[in-house]
Write a protein that binds this ligand. Structure first.
Ligand SMILES: Cc1cc2nc3c(=O)[nH]c(=O)nc-3n(C[C@H](O)[C@H](O)[C@H](O)COP(=O)(O)OP(=O)(O)OC[C@H]3O[C@@H](n4cnc5c(N)ncnc54)[C@H](O)[C@@H]3O)c2cc1C
Length: 459
């Protein structure tokens, strides 16, 4: 351990000794996140209770010259919370209070450690709705969601985390506390700093409070699962649904490999098929009936073998669970699971899926593909073994081709998981030098000593 004992003592003074972990076993545990094949041991782990404590830690980091890596639940998939040399992991999970539910302004103010799913639960108790629902919603924190600008299954109709962030309290890398944003629906005073912080991956500030917008809860919802003998037919169904001017709240798909793994794991009664499409519409009951009928017809026009309509909320939850458990189900199959999120314009989905299948053959790899069909966000998931060097080399070559292809068809290298450590080598190629220079200049301005989550996003 190279962090000076005096720094450790000062950290204990700030957060209390019970909130400071220094044993090798504890430090090892915080050297990982949900990203495969990345780990690094931090010098210490601290749990903050207040913005003042976070400010104290960051001021100390600037003075004593150590680094700080913010962390929520560590479920990110881009190495965003992997510690660097001489770093302290700063965990915000203990800041887990819902501070205010404002029924007149339809807002909720929460601390960063509140679990994502708890926000919608609190809203639902008052007939309200917090739509962003990453697959990890039962374990991820809102601080992590804001820092990653997380998406989810309802992104097609309702957008992503950024669309719901009205305001933030943030501790800047220098230790200064800043508030930005308001409850006002309209607010154009100065630069929108909150929008810069959303998706900043813990590199520009530590989020200590979040003000979120809520919506009225949709009165009705209908969930359907369509089974197809060809992925192209499923993709064409999606295109036709959108062309019919229907924006469902969910349009998710699973390929054959993923269907088999999910069925093995969750025993939901999924068919053996080339593709399944999870379709969900919500809103006014009459609109829901109308849209559901049209979606079923469109699926049938494209020769869906079967369309199962959930008869109850419990059955709807079971069908949705098929999609929500995709990553966990795939993760059981091989020692190493690498999940990617190349994203393409919707019109390019069929091309991209076919390309990924060709790549799997070319590099002799097992790749399960699932994802958010409605918004072009694919999750090619490599089932491999990190101890097999030859296989991992092929995985990296396959990635490179998939990202190149995504960029070539007008897509992006990440739709929701962020750059972190995992994709920084691809960022300049995607964003261009000028854009990257602007990002670097912003980082230098806000974090002159490069203390906050260094090494992420930029090479
Ligand atoms: C099974 C599974 C399913 C998933 N499904 C989805 C999905 O559908 N959509 C999606 O977008 N993602 C998904 N993810 C990825 C992941 O859950 C999200 O990125 C999530 O937002 C991370 O939240 P967290 O609390 O775990 O954050 P962490 O992993 O702890 O941190 C993520 C990033 O946020 C920063 N950070 C954390 N807390 C703070 C804070 N208080 N202030 C500043 N920065 C902070 C960290 O430094 C890091 O860069 C999934 C992951 C898993 C394992």
């Amino acid at each position: 351990m190279s962090l000076a004992l005096t720094s450790l003592r000062k950290l204990a003074d700030i957060v209390g000794s019970s909130n400071l972990l220094t044993s090798p076993e504890e430090r090892i545990a915080y050297g990982y996140d949900a990203t495969a094949m990345l780990s690094h041991r931090p010098e210490a782990v601290v749990f903050a209770d207040t913005a003042e404590q976070i400010a104290g830690i960051l001021k100390l980091a600037n003075a004593d010259g150590f680094k700080v890596v913010p962390r929520g639940s560590g479920t990110n998939l881009s190495g965003g919370t992997i510690p660097c040399d001489n770093s302290v992991v700063l965990v915000t999970v203990k800041m887990d209070q819902i501070l205010e539910l404002d029924l007149r302004n339809l807002t909720i103010r929460v601390q960063p450690g509140v679990l994502t799913g708890k926000i919608d639960e609190a809203a639902a108790a008052h007939g309200l709705f917090y739509p962003p629902d990453p697959g990890s919603l039962k374990i991820s924190t809102i601080g992590g969601n804001v820092a990653e600008n997380s998406g989810g299954l309802r992104g097609l109709k309702y957008g992503v985390t950024r669309d719901y962030v009205l305001g933030l309290e943030v501790v800047l890398p220098t230790g200064d506390v800043m508030r930005c944003g308001t409850k006002c629906v309209k607010d154009v005073a100065g630069y929108s700093i909150k929008d810069l912080l959303v998706g900043s991956e813990g590199t520009l500030g530590v989020i200590s409070e979040v003000l979120l917008k809520l919506l009225p809860r949709p009165a009705a919802r209908k969930t359907m699962l369509a089974t197809f003998d060809s992925m192209t037919a499923a993709a064409e169904t999606v295109s036709d649904i959108i062309a019919a001017k229907i924006i469902p709240c969910t349009l998710e798909f699973l390929d054959r490999t993923t269907i088999r793994c999910v069925e093995d794991y969750a025993k939901i009664g999924l068919p053996d098929a080339e593709a399944i499409l999870l379709m969900e519409t919500d809103g006014h009951p009459a609109v829901v009936e109308d849209e559901a009928g049209k979606m079923i017809n469109l699926a049938k026009t494209h020769h869906a073998r079967d369309v199962r309509v959930a008869g109850s909320a419990e059955e709807a939850d079971r069908l949705t669970a098929a999609r929500r458990s995709a990553f966990s189900a795939l993760a059981r199959v091989a020692p190493t699971t690498i999940l990617e999120d190349a994203t393409v314009p919707r019109s390019e989905l069929a091309t991209m899926i076919a390309f990924i299948q060709q790549i799997a053959e070319k590099y002799r790899l097992k790749i399960g593909v699932f994802g958010h069909f409605g918004d072009g966000n694919l999750h090619p998931t490599f089932l491999c073994d990190e101890r097999n060097k030859d296989e991992i080399d092929r995985v990296h070559a396959a990635f490179r081709e998939i990202f190149e292809k995504a960029i070539a068809v007008g897509g992006t290298i990440t739709g929701e998981h962020g750059i972190g450590l995992a994709k920084k080598e691809f960022l300049e190629r995607f964003a261009g030098k000028t854009s990257l220079d602007v990002m670097r200049a912003l980082k230098r301005t806000l974090d002159p000593n490069n203390v906050l989550n260094p090494g992420k996003i930029f090479i």
